[in-house]
Design a protein around this ligand. Structure first.
Ligand SMILES: *[C@@H]1O[C@H](CO)[C@@H](O)[C@H](O)[C@H]1NC(C)=O
Length: 169
């Protein structure tokens, strides 16, 4: 269990808590399903990001280029950030979708298939992503340059953890 990034998970939990406490305040203005023009769309998108995603700037902070970017290099180094020192190390990459609000989300990617035990990748264990369900908006085309914003929930990988493979009892 030492592979779990508490930082990554606490970001996720914070989002879930925020999600619930803010939901009553979310019922504002015109129906969410209405088609709106470009400026109204921008305004709504920005309001959504302020309300729901203002914590998430914590994630892109990890996006600085990595000195160690393979499993082997990370195993040998065992230094630096939690994502490098974990027995199931990961890096972040930007997942971009221009029809989604927010467009860019940092996704964690496991560097190893196995886990790093005594500075070597041990295939008796598996690195697996830890995901958090997050609310995004999808931009849907109406007609005549109008758009609709629709709620959607996606699973965002925020870190990796080390598990025993399912087949091993
Ligand atoms: C966009 O829609 C809003 C609300 O209906 C309206 O006030 C505004 O003038 C419109 N803007 C443009 C550029 O059409």
């Amino acid at each position: 269990m030492s592979g779990v990034s508490l930082t990554g998970i606490s970001v996720g939990l914070l989002l879930i808590i925020t999600e619930q406490t803010c939901s009553s305040a979310a019922a504002v203005r015109a129906p969410r399903s209405a088609c709106v023009n470009e400026s109204e769309l921008t305004e709504r998108s920005e309001a959504f990001l302020r309300r729901r995603w203002h914590h998430v700037h914590l994630l892109p902070g990890h996006l600085a280029p990595r000195a160690s970017s393979t499993c082997e290099q990370t195993a040998a180094r065992a230094a630096g950030d939690k994502s490098d020192r974990s027995v199931s190390p990961w890096r972040y990459s930007i997942n971009r979708d221009m029809t989604r609000i927010p467009h860019d989300i940092a996704f964690a990617e496991c560097l190893c298939n196995g886990c790093i035990i005594n500075q070597h990748e041990d295939m008796r264990y598996n690195s697996v992503p830890v995901t958090v369900q997050m609310m995004v908006l999808k931009k849907i085309d109406c007609h005549k340059s109008k758009y609709m914003l629709q709620r959607d929930f996606i699973k965002v990988p925020v870190a990796c953890t080390c598990v025993v493979p399912k087949s091993t009892k």
